[in-house]
Design a protein around this ligand. Structure first.
Ligand code: SF4
Ligand code: SF4
Length: 318
């Protein structure tokens, strides 16, 4: 059963975990970019990286618990020195039917990592990439100088490998998040606009667009405080609370694992250090059956997942 914190009294006390089918694995916080909205405050100076020992325990957990969806994230997951071996081992597990990796695209143009595009294609890895606008100015403001041009170049290469094309199984999804203290627009409408603009201007294609609401945590929170609108933003999220999103919250059917193998309800709780309250928070020791009745750790930031059309790592909820 979930608990109800004072600040999240809109959340249903009877909200129960469903069966866990997804493992979101954060293989390290180091990143080649330094985006202004990053909830992990990732960047080139971070040093945290998942070890092969932790990866082996994750592989065992995945196998023993019939996990079907793997979602690899970071930082920039490409930087982890064991990423290729980890993916190869994940592919050998019968229950795993989809492996997704979150890329910032820019890294796939760096000489040290450019070979990974082919590796991902050969291994049928779904790619989900942040492109928070189809306009250069907005992307560069949020993610850094020249990031837009580099992202487009990377998508062109991925398209040539078959990513995003209708006649292949290689999925390429893009992620939108608002540039400021507002909710995302309607996902399907925005997807149409992205598709039209990116095809006509750059001749590139992709599969899905995921709209994600910014949570008031990490660098985005710092920015809100700097602009003196954190209270307004929190009030906006709360005023747009939509209870029909509750049953679809991603934390009800997934676990998030950090670089040390500790488990959380989601990537955002991981960023905040809000661990699942279990005696054995390490992936190599935890049993899914022990988690079933433990509360999801809801807190004030959870309003972002429930506002309007809802939000998750795979886009809107309704
Ligand atoms: S948002 Fe993604 S790409 Fe940007 S700094 Fe954070 S981890 Fe890196
Ligand atoms: S931030 Fe979202 S996904 Fe995470 S626990 Fe809160 S509601 Fe669930």
């Amino acid at each position: 059963m979930t608990t109800c914190f004072d600040k999240t009294k809109n959340f249903n006390k009877n909200l129960k975990r469903k069966s866990i089918n997804t493992l979101q694995i954060n293989v390290g916080y180091k990143c080649n970019l330094n985006c202004e909205h990053c909830h992990f405050q990732s960047g080139p100076n971070r040093t945290e990286q998942m070890s092969w020992t932790v990866m082996q325990d994750i592989l065992q957990f995945t196998q023993e618990n019939n996990i079907s969806i793997i979602d690899i994230t970071g930082g920039a997951p490409e930087i982890n020195p064991f990423i290729k071996d980890f993916i190869k081992e994940l592919k050998l597990i019968n229950s795993v039917r989809n492996i997704n990796l979150r890329t910032n695209l820019v890294i796939l143009n760096l000489p040290e990592y450019s070979h990974l595009s082919e590796f991902f294609a050969e291994n049928n890895i779904e790619l989900t990439a942040s492109l928070p606008c189809y306009l250069e100015e907005n992307v560069d403001k949020q993610r850094g100088n020249k990031v837009f041009k580099s992202s487009i170049e990377s998508i062109k290469k991925l398209n040539l490998l078959g990513y995003g094309q209708e006649n292949t199984n290689l999925k390429l999804n893009l992620v939108y998040n608002p540039g400021g203290a507002k909710l995302p627009p309607e996902q399907q409408e925005l997807k149409k606009a992205y598709k039209q603009y990116l095809k006509s201007e750059y001749d590139i294609v992709f599969n899905n667009l995921y709209t994600i609401t910014n949570l008031p945590i990490g660098r985005f929170k710092d920015d809100l405080i700097k602009n003196d609108n954190i209270d307004d933003y929190k009030a906006l999220l709360k005023s747009k609370f939509n209870p029909s999103n509750l049953k679809n919250l991603m934390c009800l059917s997934q676990l998030s694992v950090d670089w040390q193998g500790k488990i959380y309800d989601c990537d955002f709780n991981q960023a905040l250090g809000l661990r699942i309250p279990t005696d054995s928070p390490y992936i190599g020791k935890v049993k899914l059956s022990d988690l079933q009745d433990l509360p999801v750790v809801f807190h004030e930031h959870c309003y972002a997942c429930c506002a309007g059309s809802g939000s998750s790592c795979t886009g809107s909820l309704t």
